[in-house]
Design a protein around this ligand. Structure first.
Ligand SMILES: NC(=O)c1ccc[n+]([C@@H]2O[C@H](COP(=O)([O-])OP(=O)(O)OC[C@H]3O[C@@H](n4cnc5c(N)ncnc54)[C@H](OP(=O)(O)O)[C@@H]3O)[C@@H](O)[C@H]2O)c1
Length: 282
């Protein structure tokens, strides 16, 4: 095992404690990247039956958390916040500082609280991926405690194979949850709305959905590939809005109806809610 040195090896074993929605998505995303094979990923949950399809694909599946972390270089905890303390008390004494990195994707639980529950100085990183990790397109935000640069490098390398990563201050993790984890739903709803508009102007539902989704992907790609040149979405919008044209008319109508305001208020409302749900985080 070489995780704590920051020199992650492709053969390192990874234990995912909590094989629910996001835990399973992480497992699939890592293997989908081609950098990991299913046999080196162990996924646990108390009722293992829902993990049968992952087991059939070669992932190691079991209910025993203690056995799962034995020999793992990276331990990812993906249980609900109310399930976390029990898990930490169970595996904490068995973790080996200097050999293992613990990554928590549990919303709203601070690193210092995790270390306190473990009772020993294991390097702990917090990560906030989203469900697009399954397809290698996550936006994963990462936070680390002071002096955990090697562990951070391990986490950046791990999540970097399945999307983009951004290291942020830990106090911004609730905001990252709203913008990126909840954000998946916001953009999906935007795609659905566009496809409904497409149906109204003449397309079959499946055509409209394809056209809306691929257009959304194109817009995101324009921003992501030009961002290095300091391009702003408005620079791309300027290219498709001619004076008195159709695009600016539609765009302005959307703004009259509160498009930008609705998105901003949705994000700030979710951020407030995340912060309230996990009191003490902010
Ligand atoms: N969903 C997202 O998009 C997303 C994104 C970023 C972060 N997160 C965070 O990730 C965490 C999990 O979210 P989720 O949506 O994946 O929830 P979920 O689907 O409910 O998954 C939680 C999993 O943990 C398992 N579990 C509970 N207690 C356990 C234990 N003692 N040992 C092993 N496994 C145990 C549960 O299975 P059993 O009941 O069978 O044990 C369940 O499969 C949450 O803290 C959430 O805030 C979620």
């Amino acid at each position: 095992m070489a995780a704590a040195t920051g020199k992650q090896k492709p053969t390192d074993r990874i234990a995912i404690i909590g094989g629910g929605n996001i835990g399973s998505a992480i497992a699939r995303g890592l293997v989908g990247s081609g950098r990991y094979h299913p046999g080196q990923i162990i996924i646990t949950r108390r009722q293992v039956e829902p993990l049968a399809s992952l087991a059939a694909q070669g992932f190691q599946v079991q209910a025993d958390n203690r056995a799962a972390i034995r020999g793992a270089a990276i331990v990812i905890i993906a249980v609900l916040p109310q399930q976390l303390v029990e898990v930490l008390h169970e595996i904490g004494p068995l973790l080996r500082p200097g050999e293992q990195v613990l990554i928590s994707i549990v919303s709203g639980v601070k690193i210092e609280e995790i270390i306190r529950q473990i009772g020993q100085a294991v390097p702990v990183i917090r990560a906030m991926p989203n469900t697009a990790i399954e397809l290698g397109e996550s936006m994963t935000c990462l936070a680390h405690p002071p002096g955990a640069q090697d562990a951070l490098a391990v986490a950046v390398a791990l999540f970097g194979v399945a999307g983009k990563t951004l290291v942020i201050a830990e106090e911004l993790m609730t905001a990252a949850t709203a913008l990126c984890a909840c954000g998946i739903a916001f953009f999906l709803r935007a795609i659905r709305a566009a496809s409904q508009g497409g149906i109204e102007i003449g397309f079959h539902p499946e055509q409209a959905l394809l056209m809306a989704a691929q257009t959304a992907r194109g817009a995101a790609t324009l921003v992501l590939t030009t961002a290095g040149d300091h391009h702003h979405p408005e620079a791309e919008i300027d290219k498709v809005t001619s004076p008195q044209g159709a695009t600016i008319s539609g765009l302005n109508q959307m703004e009259h109806e509160g498009f930008s305001s609705a998105m901003i208020k949705g994000i700030t409302t979710s951020a407030d809610m995340v912060a309230r749900l996990y009191a003490g985080e902010k």
